[in-house]
Write a protein that binds this ligand. Structure first.
Ligand code: HPA
Length: 277
C-alpha cells in the first residue's frame, strides 16, 4: 500500500478509537484564531500528539489539537494549530490533517490564515476571501504516485473556492457589517518574509495577498472532492510597501486585534453551511 495512504489510515484509526463523531465541516484556524474553541459546543478534543505519526508543530507550546463539536447545528472539526512546510515536514505530512478530516466525514473545508497584503487598496486588519490562488512556488502535495483512493491523478482546479460558500460568506459579512475584500492568495514556502522585489513581482502577476499556508491544503482537499472556502486576515502590508521591517510579532498583534470580527464572520457563516451540505 502507498505509505502515505497507510499512515493516513492509521491516523484515522487512532481518532476513531477516541470518538465516532462525524463532522460535516472542517475548519483550519490560522494565527489569532486559536481560542475559537470558545465559540464551539465541544464534544471531544484530541491532542495531535495522541495520534501516532501525526505532524506536531515544532513551535514550543503550539502542539495543537482537534476540537470536535457544534457551531450552531453544524457538526465541525476544528484544527487548533497547523504545521507549515517551512517547519521541515514533508508536504504529505502538511496535508495529512486535511485528508484526515475528509476521511472523518467533513465535506466542507474552511481555511483561514494570516497574510501580507499586496493589493494597494488593502490595509492591515482587512479580511480577504479567497477567490483563487497561486501555488507555483509551493510544492504540490499530489506529487508522487497518485493515491487513487483519495482522488484522480490530474484534478481540475477551475473552481477550487466554492461559489455557494463564497456567497454565504459575502452575505454574512454584509449582514454583520464586517468589511470583506476578495482576491487571489499566493502561498510561498517561508519562513523568511518576501523581499520587496518578490512582492513587486507577485503584484504584477495579479496576486492580492501572500502567506505561507493554505494553498497546499486546498489542493489536497480539492483532490478529495471537498467544497472549499478561505478567508485571510491581512495582518500587514507586504515587504517594501511601507518603510517598516516585518516581524512575526506585528503579524500576531494584528491577527489578535482582528480576531473578534474574524470569529464572528466564521461562526455566522458556518452556521449557514447547512444550506449547502
Ligand atoms: N508574508 C508572508 N506571510 C505572511 C505575511 C507576509 O507579509 N504576513 C503574515 N503572513
Amino acid at each position: 500500500m502507498n505509505p502515505i495512504y497507510e499512515k493516513l489510515l492509521s491516523c484515522v484509526d487512532s481518532v476513531r478509537k477516541v470518538t465516532d463523531f462525524e463532522p460535516d465541516v472542517a475548519i483550519v484556524l490560522g494565527s489569532g484564531l486559536g481560542d475559537y474553541a470558545n465559540d464551539i459546543k465541544v464534544e471531544c478534543e484530541i491532542d495531535y500528539k495522541e495520534i501516532k505519526g501525526f505532524p506536531v508543530s515544532t513551535v514550543p507550546g503550539h502542539a495543537g489539537k482537534f476540537i470536535f463539536g457544534y457551531v450552531g447545528d453544524v457538526k465541525v472539526v476544528c484544527m487548533k494549530g497547523r504545521v507549515h512546510y517551512y517547519e521541515g515536514y514533508p508536504i504529505s505530512d502538511v496535508v495529512l490533517p486535511t485528508r484526515l478530516m475528509r476521511m472523518l466525514g467533513a465535506k466542507i473545508l474552511f481555511l483561514t490564515n494570516a497574510s501580507g497584503g499586496i493589493n494597494p487598496s488593502f490595509t492591515a486588519g482587512d479580511f480577504m476571501m479567497l477567490t483563487d490562488h497561486v501555488s507555483i512556488w509551493a510544492p504540490n502535495p499530489l506529487i508522487g504516485p497518485n493515491i487513487d483512493e483519495l482522488g484522480t491523478r490530474f484534478p481540475d482546479m477551475t473552481h477550487v473556492y466554492d461559489t455557494g460558500l463564497r456567497k454565504i460568506i459575502e452575505e454574512t459579512a454584509a449582514k454583520e457589517g464586517i468589511g470583506l475584500k476578495q482576491g487571489i492568495y499566493a502561498q510561498l514556502t517561508g519562513p523568511s518574509f518576501e523581499s520587496p522585489a518578490e512582492i513587486k513581482l507577485l503584484h504584477k502577476l495579479g496576486v492580492d495577498a501572500v502567506g505561507m499556508s493554505t494553498v497546499v491544503e486546498a489542493i489536497a482537499a480539492n483532490h478529495m472532492g471537498m467544497k472549499i472556502c478561505g478567508i485571510s486576515c491581512v495582518c500587514n502590508l507586504a515587504a517594501g510597501m511601507t518603510d517598516n521591517p516585518l516581524t512575526h510579532e506585528e503579524v500576531q498583534a494584528a491577527a489578535n486585534e482582528a480576531a473578534p470580527k474574524f470569529k464572528k464572520l466564521l461562526t455566522e457563516s458556518v452556521k449557514r453551511f447547512g444550506e449547502v451540505l
